[in-house]
Ligand binder design. Structure first.
Ligand code: G6P
Length: 611
């Protein structure tokens, strides 16, 4: 997820663009750039690092002009670097673009364009857009060229284009990535979110998917990308202030990230399977594909929440692909004498890609000649560079220290990986693979339903905020979610919480149960449902307070639990994704009531680069 901004009007573009980028910086900050039309050519500056660096570079090199675009990047394709920073140009440098989103078919488009003689300067997916538009612009207007180019593009984009050949224009298109048009006095702005616009105007138009806006300093036209029909859009007035919307209107980054999950999850699976064939297409696996049949086992190494995701992933792989999997704390693995060898695939899971213990575990695996695979969110991170192959989460930058969307995206990538291994080993039939993949695509809608329950979880938080201890219980695929729920509560509310396999409760934790101690049961209906109900009755018999996560329609549970949170129905493999959401929201609301710094909880760090 990156931040983009464009300006056309009477004022100098560069100062407006740099101010806008500062507001958008939370969306990504590994590199940044700006391009301004100076009356003859499009000039640009790009830097690696934060907006501060771009502002400094601008002090040295002035970019005069009243038409310009700028971008702050959170790398997805290609490491953070100056060459990969936007804006991207076509071969003749007449066209410059900034893009937020993912071009799924960029590899094919790039191949064809290179054959046709185009020269690429970056490793990004975005650059194909500049060349594709250039290809059609030779004989067509800029507007028409963009329309023809986008007909060939599969993926998500908020795209802003300028051209030295039609310098009185700025053109933008939105599909699946946010884009807002700001209407000023003889000037217009385009930006990924309103924070970059409101210092200049509060009048905005929220663009919808497949809408194209053509701007000049004297007016704008919005039409449908496909059929050119003009669209009359409502002009809205923003009544937020700047501070509120620097987190996109959310009170904290963590809440924003929790609410981003329908989108981040879709980004984790988008373009990664062929539904009608039940097949997975994971580009990152291609380089090691031929070695996979020779592997006899898998070891997953990770820390913190990523380890919890690994536990779910390990069970999925064993069940679907029948490959033995061991899930290890990276910090333990590195100091044990583990049996690892060339027959072994070591999967490192890490949101940041920088966790010191996970890096060390990987290094150890490499010395033992194991094949290594990374599941990371941050592109170009140490782990992403260290492994033989890998898959990114594409979750966008996660700023809240306690991971939320990173965790659920890990679950998605692991599910996809498990199906892929199962396909390779022929342990799954096409119908079953199709069924799982179909359910995967329903998750964003189901998650939206769960997010709607945020208000009732805030009410529950009122009841729990003064508790000192809390127990989370689950079984099977949901045992790691009990661990994750307890960890979330610990991390941000500072309440002691423990996650346990429900059946283990009677081997110790049951001694803690009394009327002051809440137990959160993950009791959605699967093969252990009846057993969990028995555990619940054991807690009830000891006057414990029971909160149950239950499948929609489960009426029986209301007679046992003090509070029921209903979870929509999906297949067992994917229930962990849904059950995670209320656990995140509950921890969040309790921490808010306790007045804690949600995004930067005490003593924690987002990326643990020390042992
Ligand atoms: C820190 C974070 C956790 C995260 C863990 C592992 O403790 O606060 O949210 O789960 O590190 O981080 P990684 O980046 O390797 O997933």
């Amino acid at each position: 997820m990156c931040g983009i901004i464009g300006y056309i009007g009477q004022r100098e573009a560069s100062s407006i663009l740099i101010g806008g980028l500062k507001c958008l910086e939370y969306r990504g900050y590994d590199s940044a750039g700006m391009a301004v039309f100076d009356g003859q050519n499009i000039q640009d500056i790009k830097i690696k690092g934060k907006i501060f660096g771009l502002a400094k570079a601008l002090e040295k090199k002035n970019l005069p002009g009243k038409l310009g675009i700028a971008h702050t990047r959170w790398a997805t394709h290609g490491a953070p670097s100056i060459i990969n920073a936007h804006p991207h140009f076509c071969c003749s440098r007449h066209i410059a673009i900034v893009h937020n989103g993912i071009i799924e078919n960029y590899a094919n488009l790039r191949k064809v364009l290179i054959k046709e003689g185009h020269h690429f300067s970056s490793e990004t997916d975005s650059e194909v857009l500049a060349h594709l538009i250039e290809k059609y612009h030779k004989h067509k207007s800029l507007t028409k060229a963009i329309q023809l180019a986008l007909k060939q593009v599969i993926g998500a984009y908020a795209l802003v284009v300028i051209s030295a050949t039609e310098p009185q224009k700025m053109i933008a298109i939105k599909k699946s990535s946010s884009l807002i048009l700001g209407l000023g006095q003889k000037e217009y702005l385009l930006a990924s979110d309103a924070s970059a616009i409101i210092p200049h105007t509060k009048k905005v138009i929220y663009l919808d998917d497949n809408e194209m806006v053509v701007l000049s300093k004297n007016g704008y036209r919005i039409h449908n990308l496909g059929n050119n029909h003009l669209i009359k859009k409502k002009v809205e007035t923003i009544n937020w202030n700047l501070t509120q919307i620097s987190k996109d209107g959310f009170k904290t980054f963590m809440l924003k990230e929790i609410f981003e999950q329908p989108e981040s999850i879709a980004n984790a699976f988008r373009g990664r399977f062929i539904p009608e064939k039940g097949q997975i297409k994971l580009g990152g696996l291609e380089t090691i594909e031929s070695k996979l049949p020779h592997l006899s086992r898998i070891i997953i190494v990770a820390c913190g929440s990523s380890w919890h995701a690994g536990l779910v992933g390990g069970s999925l792989i064993e069940e679907l692909a029948k490959i033995p999997v061991k899930v290890e704390y990276a910090s333990e693995f590195r100091y044990r004498y583990p049996v690892v060898g060339p027959d072994c695939l070591v999967i490192a899971i890490s949101q940041s890609g920088e966790t010191a213990d996970t890096i060390a575990a990987l290094e150890l695996a490499k010395t033992k000649k194991a094949l290594t695979f990374g599941i990371c969110n941050v592109v170009g991170s140490s782990i992403a560079r260290l492994v033989d192959a890998g898959a990114y989460l594409h979750a966008g930058p996660e700023i809240g220290v306690a991971t939320t969307k990173g965790f659920t995206s890990q679950l998605i990538v692991l599910t996809i990986l498990a199906i892929h291994f199962a396909n390779l080993k022929k342990t799954i039939n096409r119908k079953n693979a199709q069924k799982i993949l179909k359910e995967l695509t329903r998750l964003p809608v189901l998650i939206k339903k769960l997010l709607d329950q945020s208000g009732s979880l805030a009410e529950l938080a009122q009841k729990l905020k003064n508790t000192h201890n809390c127990l989370y219980l689950g079984r099977g695929y949901n045992f790691p979610i009990a661990l994750e729920g307890a960890l979330k509560l610990k991390e941000i509310s500072y309440i002691h919480a423990e996650g346990y396999p429900a059946a283990e409760m009677k081997h110790g934790p049951i001694a803690l149960i009394d009327k002051k101690m809440p137990t959160i049961f993950i009791a959605t209906q699967d093969k252990t449902y009846k057993k969990i109900i028995s555990n619940m009755l054991e807690v009830k018999a000891r006057n414990g307070m029971i909160i149950a996560l239950a499948t929609v329609g489960d009426k029986k549970i209301t007679s046992i639990a003090d509070k029921v949170i209903y979870i929509p129905r999906t297949i067992d493999f994917l229930m962990p994704v849904l059950n995670t959401i209320p656990c995140q929201l509950l921890a969040y609301h309790i921490a808010i009531l306790k007045g804690h710094d949600i995004d930067k909880p005490r003593n924690l760090a987002k990326s643990v680069t020390v042992e």
